[in-house]
Design a protein around this ligand. Structure first.
Ligand code: SF4
Length: 244
């Protein structure tokens, strides 16, 4: 018993001081991209998922898997920062150009007053590979401890304030997704987590993948493949009006 207490004292407080202190991402981390003045053709040709729209001069964060192939092939046209705050409130906001990136805004005041201190989510893995799921799961560990913000994943949609969808939504999972969404009482929110949930990711256009149905409105888009846990946590805090 004494040994356990001693070990606990030695370990100290392990939860990261987020969001009160900003996070320095590792050198190899690829965050928010920036398009430069040079033509995008070479970068677009290198992109395996068609995330670079040459005519519009935009990079679609909803399709991007942050592999870095574009910046490697055309460093004069694309560069990546280490900015991890990437969540957006609409699909259009995920189209990055050269200007400012519009991040997600908090929900309406009447919703943040409901969810601001207690926000429960049912996670729906709709054909995901488990990478996004793992990065959501890690938010419950002591390093992130998202429970201190009142955010929790729950087992039943009846206990949830919303759903967090991962994966490209396969045909087999469409009904389960619809039923889970219907089982959450209103007001409710929907979060698309990861490139697959947002756009189909590497599976876009596959006949077995249907995507999040249009009649299920998405409130928060979390780009990445998978998104970094800090990106997810920042997005959730933004949504409920608790981001710094
Ligand atoms: S980092 Fe994104 S935009 Fe660039 S090549 Fe990879 S998927 Fe395409």
């Amino acid at each position: 018993m004494f040994k356990a207490i001693l070990a606990r004292l030695r370990q100290g407080y392990r939860t990261r001081p987020f969001p009160s202190e900003d996070v320095k991402m590792p050198h190899r981390y690829l965050g928010l991209p920036r398009l430069k003045d040079a033509p995008l053709n070479r970068a677009a040709a290198a992109c395996p998922y068609g995330a670079i729209l040459t005519e519009e001069r935009r990079l679609d964060l909803g399709r991007c898997v942050f592999c870095g192939a574009c910046a490697k092939a055309a460093p004069e046209a694309v560069e990546f920062s280490r900015e991890y705050k990437l969540c957006a409130g609409s699909r259009d906001a995920l189209l990055v150009g050269r200007g400012d990136y519009k991040r997600a805004e908090p929900l309406a005041r009447e919703l943040t007053s409901i969810f601001g201190r207690s926000f429960r989510l049912r996670q729906v893995s709709a054909g995901g590979c488990a990478a996004c799921e793992a990065d959501c799961n890690v938010l419950g560990t002591l390093a992130f401890d998202m429970g201190r913000f009142g955010i929790q994943f729950v087992a039943s949609p009846r206990h949830a304030d919303g759903i967090l969808v991962t994966g490209p939504v396969t045909k087999n999972m469409e009904l389960a997704l619809r039923k889970t969404y219907a089982a959450v009482s209103s007001p409710k929110v929907v979060i698309a987590c990861g490139a697959c949930a947002i756009s189909g990711g590497p599976y876009a256009g596959h006949p077995e993948c249907v995507g999040i149905p249009k009649d299920i409105p998405v409130d928060l888009y979390i780009p990445g493949c998978p998104p970094n846990p800090y990106t997810i946590l920042d997005g959730l805090l933004r949504l409920i009006g608790r981001a710094k």
